[in-house]
Design a protein around this ligand. Structure first.
Ligand code: GLN
Length: 240
């Protein structure tokens, strides 16, 4: 039997990568390879095509200036990304890219950075910056991470939230929602990198991608996650 393979696409690695978000790509790659799955990683920047055979697409956070830099190019990629999202491609968008997967981000200086409306949400810069460690409850268990954003995000429908805030601000500091999920597109404010201490989520993303490509019987072998669990516990104990 030929080996299984996954194609991971990392969007805007130069402009949109803060607080270790690139780690998510490395972690998915390594966790797949540990299961003897071949992995190809494509770094897709400004002017590059979005590969139509992507299995997982990742995007990170960035300063407002980084978001501004990629906005025109992201509009060029919007159709391809919509099609892939509609087809069930797994996507994980963190903070700055999460905001741009919504309709728009209005910055503190009144600049409107247009998004691509894959996620039904909108963001406006608030007066306060939300900084610190976060904990929230999700369908896939409790998740710990780190947030740093001025953006205040409102979901059109709160039932689409990825999680419920236990510690931290989440989408807006008000309604206890954190992130958003539509189909297999996951958006969140969680940096960290998120997947380093939340292996359950890392494997959920890999498993959805694998089953989509190879059928429902595709399974991920179990790994020893004791180090990741230690990292999770340590991060959770840290004060905000
Ligand atoms: N510039 C955005 C904000 O501050 C995104 C920041 C980030 O990606 N960490 O809301």
């Amino acid at each position: 039997m030929s080996k299984q393979n996954l194609h991971i696409v990392h969007l805007y690695p130069k402009e949109m990568n803060i607080y270790g978000d690139t780690g998510n790509t490395l972690i998915l790659r390594r966790r797949a390879e540990w299961r003897d799955i071949d992995v190809r990683v494509s770094l897709v920047g400004i002017g590059d095509e979005v590969p139509h055979d992507a299995d997982i697409i990742l995007g990170g956070g960035g300063q407002d200036a980084g978001q501004d830099k990629v906005q025109a190019d992201l509009q060029e990629k919007a159709d391809a990304l919509h099609k892939l999202a509609f087809d069930g491609t797994v996507m994980l968008m963190i903070c700055g890219m999460y905001q741009l997967f919504g309709r728009a981000f209005k910055t503190g200086s009144g600049n409107v950075i247009k998004g691509i409306s894959i996620l039904p949400l909108e963001t406006t810069a608030g007066l306060e910056r939300f900084i610190g460690n976060t904990v929230y409850q999700t369908e896939f268990g409790e998740t710990v991470a780190y947030e740093n954003h001025s953006g205040v995000t409102s979901l059109d429908d709160k039932s689409l939230a990825l999680g419920r805030v236990v510690q931290g601000a989440g989408n807006n500091g008000l309604d206890k929602t954190e992130g958003c999920r539509i189909k297999n597109v996951f958006g969140t404010y969680s940096h960290g990198p998120l997947l380093s201490k939340n292996p359950v989520l890392a494997d959920l993303l890999l498993e959805i991608a694998l089953k989509r490509k190879y059928g429902e019987s595709a399974m991920l072998a179990l790994l020893d996650d004791s180090l990741e669990q230690e990292a999770y516990k340590f991060a959770k104990q840290r004060p905000r």
